[in-house]
Ligand binder design. Structure first.
Ligand code: HEM
Length: 462
């Protein structure tokens, strides 16, 4: 039976949703491939809140940009919608069958197992590690030095997630993982936007292209590190009270635990989802701050007033409201996850259109977060807007962490971590942009800067 997901307030008989012209076989791939962020935004602004797109063979895609519809789709995931990643070879290479990609009862069980590690009480215990590791990083910074902030943030968040969730020290592996991840994201970005790769997917047999091969090799380096984490724990088991212990000790009703493969996929998922996104948030935040000295001044004033010379503690976070608004605004302009999708498992009606089962619904944070209907002066970086905007804003006009049952499990972890790191750095350092540095966007599964983001480190003098 067809279900109404979101009724248009002024109903009218509608046929196919409007959309950009398509080309035979490649559909909209060429335009998407050239500039995924720009293409989605163009489609939403030109054709409206439901836009028909064509990417796969016979599979319809729709770009959904109405916050109420997005809410309905996300909330009804697991009933009328699935994540739909199971057949996606590329995402599976990245994340295996872990929390992000799995479905149904298997996902429910894994989420139930992991959830206690993210309870508010539990994550407050992680604050000390976040503070200590940030200090360990900045202790190496020297006045006047130029550093790549993108990799600094990547190594830092990687070390924090490994220590807090898996009680593992990543110092030795940080560079290997950082390099592999950067390579994997770049290759993934190429594949995601490649018309050639898209056409190959129509073939009844599988061909591994050189780009895919490079992606596989990069992921192998990450798999090796994950395997090492699991192996080391197997050698020295025992309850350390962390997420890895919980996953390893979990038993089904029949007494069976997770297989090694399941464990590795889950650790890899949490490790990758748990650091690259937060690292991007911080990198984009510094990129924005370096262009807005007035905002830096306000931020420093708040941090100085709340912390003085003290090291940040959990109790300070509530008072660091401007710091938090800087992060909210940064995630609005540069959402670390720039689009998510769901697959309809039955025919549904959306805003008066019939959307057939099997269709993929795309929802783009990048596009909605910059929609002038919800944000005044949407391209501008204005942290102050968050002082007043929340009450009027439709809930899903801002959804950096997704929503519904598949809401990011690490959202509170990430916000706490980003606030601690930002405040700790701003307290002692100013970051200065290097002249003529171009910062390009790399939209893959996440939205990172392409390559490095260099900054000159200046010690603050008071
Ligand atoms: C600023 C940082 C972060 C952002 C913007 C972010 C964003 C997201 C989004 C949008 C989703 C939903 C994807 C979808 O609906 O298709 C998600 C899911 C997820 N995130 Fe995050 N995330 C962040 C940090 C973290 C951290 C720190 C962790 C773990 C330590 C984490 C672990 C996960 C997991 C496991 C899922 C899948 C949850 C499920 O489906 O049950 N994320 N994240």
């Amino acid at each position: 039976m067809q279900q109404t997901i979101y009724k248009n307030p002024s109903p009218q008989i509608k046929t196919e949703p409007p959309g950009p012209p398509t080309m035979p076989i490649v559909g909209n791939m060429i335009d998407f491939g050239r500039n995924p962020l720009g293409f989605y935004t163009y489609c939403a602004r030109t054709y409206g809140d439901v836009v028909r797109l064509q990417f796969g063979s016979g599979q319809s895609s729709y770009l959904i940009s109405n916050p109420h519809t997005i809410e309905e789709v996300l909330v009804q995931t697991g009933r009328r919608f699935a994540k739909g990643y199971q057949g996606d070879r590329l995402i599976t290479v990245f994340l295996g069958n872990g929390l992000v990609t799995s479905e149904g009862d298997f996902w429910r069980r894994q989420r139930r197992l992991a959830q206690p590690a993210f309870h508010r009480k539990r994550i407050t215990g992680y604050a000390e590690v976040m503070v200590a590791y940030t200090h360990r990083m900045v202790d190496k910074w020297r006045n006047g030095q130029v550093r790549d902030i993108h990799s600094e943030m990547l190594y830092l968040t990687q070390a924090i997630v490994s220590k807090t969730l898996f009680d593992a020290d990543m110092q030795e592996n940080a560079k290997t993982v950082g390099d592999a991840l950067e390579a994997a994201i770049m290759e993934y970005g190429k594949l995601m936007t490649s018309v050639f790769h898209h056409v190959l997917s129509f073939l009844p047999f599988q061909i591994t292209t050189p780009t895919e091969q490079r992606l596989l090799e990069a992921m192998q380096d990450i798999d090796n590190v994950v395997e090492q984490i699991v192996e080391e724990r197997r050698k020295a088991p025992g309850d350390r009270g962390d997420l890895l212990s919980m996953l390893m000790e979990a038993r089904d009703e029949d007494g069976t635990g997770m297989t090694d493969q399941q464990l590795r996929d889950e650790v890899k998922t949490l490790f990758l989802a748990g650091h690259e996104t937060t690292s991007n948030t911080l990198t984009w935040t510094f990129h924005l701050l370096m262009q807005h000295p007035d905002i830096v001044q306000k931020l420093e004033a708040e941090v100085d007033q709340v912390l003085g010379d003290r090291t940040v503690t959990l109790a300070d976070l509530e008072q660091l409201t401007y710091t938090r608004h800087v992060l909210d605004e940064s995630m609005r302009l540069y959402p670390p996850v720039w689009a998510i999708s769901r697959q309809a498992t039955e025919d549904v009606e959306i805003e008066g259109y019939t959307i057939p089962a099997g269709s993929v619904l795309q929802m783009s944070q990048w596009t909605v977060h910059r929609d002038p209907r919800y944000f005044d002066d949407p391209e501008a970086f204005i942290p102050e807007r968050w002082e007043t905007i929340r009450a009027d804003l439709p809930k899903y006009a801002y959804f950096p962490f997704g929503g519904g049952p598949r809401l990011c499990i690490g959202n509170n972890f990430a916000l706490m971590e980003a606030t601690i790191i930002l405040a700790s750095i701003v307290q002692h350092y100013q970051l200065e942009a290097l002249p003529k540095q171009e910062v390009a966007l790399q939209p893959a599964i996440t939205l990172s800067p392409k390559g490095s983001l260099y900054a000159r480190i200046l010690t603050r003098t008071t």
